[in-house]
Design a protein around this ligand. Structure first.
Ligand code: ATP
Ligand code: MG
Length: 243
């Protein structure tokens, strides 16, 4: 579905991604792990067209997308939930959602791909009851967990087939981490593919069908989540985790 082959990218002179290759298949959750500064967010930004790549190829359903604008990538069915959430603080919950839907609709006009996954405000509120309750509340008055729900909901309003989710549990209380993980599980069961960057190894391994660990802009480990769960040496070596 999505494939990165030997991707090099960075900021200015400095390379961050140094020959990164990975793949996400239909309906899969793929975890992208690695230490701080390994290049996880940079990978997401490169896929989304927010950062030009200097070498290599990113293809989506067989078509190269690495020279497209972010809105063109979005309308092909890829959405990003950015690290740190980045919701519009001055807008209410509902306004945040409707703006995302309107932006996606504006760019989708006259294109071939229909709004396949069919996310409406009503369906969003069924998945995230808390957002219905908080509908008229300004974005900054939401808790961290509620903001994360809103950031995911906003991405869904663009009707993605692949969700890029960058550290959704970062900074959340354990109960909210569980709820966010529950939402991602529901989305996975609905058939959405997810590329998940996650520091919480337990959450990542519970959701993922496949795991990549990157270090210094390259894949240093890949395998099934069960394999990594049993491989404490790899966890310590690549993630610095004492299991
Ligand atoms: N806008 C930027 N300009 C210059 N360098 C950057 C920029 N953003 C990130 N970097 C550098 O690129 C490298 C990779 O950063 P990136 O954000 O991709 O890491 P990450 O794996 O997402 O880390 P974290 O776990 O802390 O989120 C780091 O060395 C970082 O300092
Ligand atoms: Mg990051």
């Amino acid at each position: 579905m999505l494939s990165l082959v030997d991707v090099y990218a960075g900021y200015g002179e400095g390379l961050v991604l140094k020959g990164l290759s990975l793949e996400v298949r239909e309906r899969q959750v793929v975890a992208l792990l690695g230490r701080n500064g390994a290049g996880k967010t940079t990978t997401m930004r490169a896929i989304m067209g927010l950062l030009p790549i200097q070498r290599g190829e990113i293809t989506w359903r067989g078509e190269p997308i690495h020279r497209l604008q972010p809105h063109e990538i979005s309308r092909r069915g890829i959405a990003l939930v950015p690290q740190g959430r980045r919701i519009f603080p001055s807008l209410t919950v509902t306004e945040n959602l409707l703006i995302a839907a309107r932006e996606a609709g504006r760019h989708r006009r006259g294109r071939e791909r229909p709004a396949g996954s069919g996310w409406t405000l009503e369906r969003i509120y069924e998945l995230f009851p808390v957002l219905r309750e908080r509908g008229t509340i300004g974005g900054t008055r939401l808790s961290g967990g509620e903001q994360q729900m809103l950031a995911i909901a906003r991405a869904l309003m663009t009707q993605p087939d692949l969700l890029l989710c960058d550290e959704p549990s970062e900074g959340l209380a354990p109960i909210m981490v569980e709820r966010v993980a529950g939402v991602l599980k529901t989305l996975k069961e609905s058939g959405l593919a997810i590329l998940l960057v996650e520091q919480n190894l337990e959450v990542a391994l519970a959701l993922a069908d496949y795991v990549y660990i990157i270090d210094d802009g390259r894949v240093v480990y890949q395998g099934l989540p069960g394999e990594l769960a049993r491989d404490e040496a790899a966890q310590v070596r690549f993630l610095g985790a004492s299991a």
